[in-house]
Ligand binder design. Structure first.
Ligand SMILES: Nc1ncnc2c1ncn2[C@@H]1O[C@H](COP(=O)(O)OP(=O)(O)OP(=O)(O)O)[C@@H](O)[C@H]1O
Ligand SMILES: Nc1ncnc2c1ncn2[C@@H]1O[C@H](COP(=O)(O)OP(=O)(O)OP(=O)(O)O)[C@@H](O)[C@H]1O
Ligand SMILES: [Mg+2]
Ligand SMILES: [Mg+2]
Lengths: 253, 253
């Protein structure tokens, strides 16, 4: 059975999409069959892979509204072994449209669970909010991967995020585990980065991935070419760090 | 009458909070009376000013729920001429709690408009979402200031943001103007930064502030000391850029 991992942190701009795309691509390069499910209405996972989604393309919106099956929406990407469920702008309205629907938090879980036989990994890119879409992601997942930027505000949000994860574990998804905490945009030259690494490691202990993702210009450039970092700059520090993360994840089992 | 400016962009991590705090502080340093209203449940505007908010402190939540007046919630900050309406975690639940309430988008406007006689500027720090809280911010405001990070994904969200601003102008707040588009985290050494500046300037033309905020380590360090950049590193490039932005804003009238 494949593993479903939600990439989530309500703090904005911490590297959720960057991690979703580059981890998915690195896992695929090891021959794993990977599905990237984007549940952020911004749809950055799609554009970061160079995919432009037409208005009539079936997307995550139709799946959550029970108007289509995942099979209708899944598209292949230029990356071998990597498929994608795209987003269209209507997704922004889902929270309101499903307001009084029972079990609205389970829609994504119902859609993705059957796919776990066809993929080794399903990666869910969550929006920067603790909203219905993120709850769907945490409810569908076996585990949650938490990117934390090596910056001051990133620490602040941790307590709130852990509270939400706890709430989901107590009700919607008792099996939800913590896959790990990933330090991103690490700049070894700044005190701030090193302080954050120390604080996060002492707070999360063995839950912190050994792999730390450095801040590199190549990582920030790759999406403008629509290519994951391990294909865009294969020998660079950015690609090596996401490959190492994929190895760590595969070894964690 | 004081001017109410919403700082908004649904893309995460583009510098909304950093701009809200540092612009507010720079305006205050010119002798303007400034109120910083935080409507992001993360509450980064409070912690970036070194303020810890106790559980029983009246906050934005009680104002939006009609349980308190702004006067009950306003607190002074260590920065002369700068007051703050703080946030408490309950704010995250407001969208759900006000689901079927009429005129729920006007709650902040009703609360802040009367204060425009006491302050020269009211700055609203919005969350990374196009949700009820952001709609309250855009409905309360005279104008919207849009921070855009000099990175690839930042361009993507512009079309969606302008659509939302248009919707608000057509219904909730016909007076809403665009105060300006602010380029943030500019790194002159990267092609990406320069490409984004070119694209944003050709898309928004004279709506782009002349001031561009550079990416500096000091700006990212300042919040961990709870001090705005113009007090933390007064002679640095970061402080100078926010002072210049304040001047531009005051001259725009
Ligand atoms: N390791 C890195 N080095 C350099 N730039 C990075 C790195 N990781 C992410 N970035 C850049 O930082 C910005 C924020 O990253 P990203 O969009 O992946 O974060 P996010 O958490 O998905 O944001 P949102 O909260 O809006 O969904 C992007 O412009 C991205 O290209
Ligand atoms: N000009 C700058 N130079 C260096 N770092 C910056 C700059 N502006 C912002 N930052 C840092 O980038 C991160 C994101 O900024 P900030 O939190 O202000 O963005 P935001 O848009 O408010 O995020 P959110 O979407 O979560 O509300 C923070 O860690 C901040 O310290
Ligand atoms: Mg993202
Ligand atoms: Mg913010």
């Amino acid at each position: 059975m494949g593993k479903i991992i939600a990439v989530s942190n309500q703090k904005g701009g911490v590297g959720k999409t960057t991690t979703s795309i580059n981890l998915a691509s690195a896992l695929a390069s090891f021959g794993k069959r990977v599905l990237l499910a984007d549940i952020d209405a911004q749809g950055n996972s799609c554009s970061g892979l160079g995919m432009t989604i037409s208005e009539d393309q079936t997307s995550m919106y139709e799946i959550l509204m029970d108007e289509a099956t995942p099979q209708d929406a899944i598209i292949s990407t230029p990356v071998p072994n990597l498929d994608l469920i795209p987003v269209n702008p209507h997704l922004a309205g889902v929270s309101v449209e499903l307001t009084s629907v029972t079990e609205r938090e389970f829609r994504l879980r119902k859609a993705l669970r059957p796919l776990a036989t066809e993929y080794d990994f399903i990666i869910i890119d969550c929006p920067p909010a603790l909203d219905l879409l993120t709850l769907n992601g945490l409810t569908a997942a076996d585990s949650v991967l938490i990117p934390i930027q090596c910056e001051y505000y990133a620490l602040e949000g941790m307590v709130k995020l852990m509270k939400t994860v706890g709430l989901v574990q107590n009700s919607l998804n008792p099996e939800l585990a913590i896959e790990g905490v990933l330090l991103t945009m690490y700049d070894s030259r700044t005190n701030l980065s090193n302080q954050v690494v120390e604080e996060v490691t002492s707070y999360f202990k063995d839950k912190v991935f050994q792999t730390i993702i450095p801040r590199t210009v190549k990582i920030s450039e790759a999406p403008s070419h629509g290519i994951p970092i391990d294909k865009y700059d294969p020998s660079g520090a950015g690609a090596r760090s996401y490959i190492k993360l994929a190895e760590e994840l595969i070894n964690n089992g």
